[in-house]
Design a protein around this ligand. Structure first.
Ligand SMILES: NC(=O)c1ccc[n+]([C@@H]2O[C@H](COP(=O)([O-])OP(=O)(O)OC[C@H]3O[C@@H](n4cnc5c(N)ncnc54)[C@H](OP(=O)(O)O)[C@@H]3O)[C@@H](O)[C@H]2O)c1
Length: 324
């Protein structure tokens, strides 16, 4: 099989597409022929070596994939069945999706939901799945379209784009925060009703004028601090990312004076039942237009180039990787 292999040379991460014997696949009870994978922020960190995502080399990156079961020792899966996977440390500490095949635990797989196919599933990928979990978190906090405006940060990225699209489709008014003028038309086309520059989120006071009923934050640091200070009384922030940094320079004020909820969202260890629920919602709520407006299809060979673009904030939407 062909695989993107990451190796270390003089402390640097080197990536190359290589032909690999499938006998080198890691242990697992289901072997999958991969059709599609995608590039997420974490993949970009791993492939470029800019983040300490991978500790054991050589490693096949790719934190998500879709494909067909080749062989299974798990009774829940049979040869030919379509499956998808996101998270569980695959592509971090277990060979991942940027390869012709993968071998994983059956527990990590999701049977392809009705109404979904492998290509669409990886246009969504980890990023879109996480956006859905964030939307569900806002709903569970009682935030409805009539509650007020929702702000999405890092809006032109993978999580951000899917969040904007989903919220707009569900009838919410969505404000997008972006660091790039070049993506404004794109953000409007997927449903942002207004766009704010990232620079407006550089400084904050502990409390500011109340603006947002809800927020989906993919950026962290000062941007998240500003969003918290601008939340309406009783609002909720679903925080899933750190594209701007892992710090959180805030105070307790929004929490104790405005009853604001900060809900963390993790997609890696999400239990199976909630995964199934999120994928069902994606089938139902994500408009067909998303798959054309937000996807760029690339080859396995192009993955390192596009990982560089993601790290340099020169890519928007989702990078779908064609494997088969
Ligand atoms: N918790 C989880 O399970 C989970 C799952 C998936 C992703 N994530 C995290 O969520 C974040 C977004 O992931 P993604 O796949 O959507 O990445 P992405 O496609 O690269 O999008 C990130 C976006 O953040 C903005 N951004 C980039 N650099 C920034 C900086 N220095 N300061 C402020 N904003 C910056 C950019 O949006 P604009 O150009 O529009 O400003 C960029 O498009 C990442 O931190 C990722 O690790 C977490």
């Amino acid at each position: 099989m062909q695989a993107l292999i990451l190796e270390q040379q003089d402390g640097k991460t080197i990536s190359s597409v290589q032909t690999v014997e499938d006998s080198r696949l890691p242990e697992g009870d289901v072997t999958i022929d991969i059709d599609w994978s995608s590039l997420n922020y974490k993949d970009a960190l791993a492939i470029t070596g800019k983040g300490k995502i991978i500790r054991n080399f050589p490693m096949v990156p790719g934190i998500d994939f879709s494909g067909h079961v080749r062989a299974s020792e798990d009774p829940r899966f049979h040869a030919g069945q379509q499956v998808l996977l996101t998270g569980w440390g695959v592509g971090e500490n277990h060979w991942g999706g940027l390869a012709g095949q993968a071998r994983v635990k059956g527990d990590w797989l999701v049977a392809m939901p009705k109404g979904m196919d492998g290509r669409k599933a990886m246009i969504i990928g980890t990023a879109g799945f996480t956006a859905m979990l964030c939307v569900m978190a806002l709903e569970e906090a009682g935030i409805r379209p009539e509650s007020g405006e929702i702000v999405v940060t890092g809006a032109s990225g993978g999580v951000g784009s899917t969040a904007v699209t989903l919220l707009h489709a569900l009838g919410y008014q969505v404000a997008a925060v972006s660091g790039r003028e070049s993506t404004h038309d794109y953000l409007r086309s997927i449903g942002a009703h207004r766009i704010l520059g990232r620079e407006e989120f550089a400084e904050t006071r502990p409390l500011e004028k109340q603006v947002w009923a809800g927020a989906i934050d993919t950026v962290g640091d000062k941007v998240l601090a500003k969003v918290l200070a601008q939340m309406n009384y009783g609002g909720c922030v679903a925080a899933c990312g750190l594209a701007g940094g892992f710090a959180l320079p805030t105070t307790v004020m929004p929490f104790i004076l405005r009853n604001v909820r900060l809900q963390g969202v993790d997609s890696v260890m999400t239990p199976a039942s909630r995964r199934a629920q999120a994928w069902e919602r994606l089938v139902r709520d994500l408009p067909e237009s998303f798959y054309t407006q937000s996807a760029t299809e690339i080859s396995l060979e192009q993955a390192p180039e596009f990982a560089g673009k993601i790290m340099n904030n020169q890519f928007h939407g989702r990078a779908l990787v064609k494997i088969a």
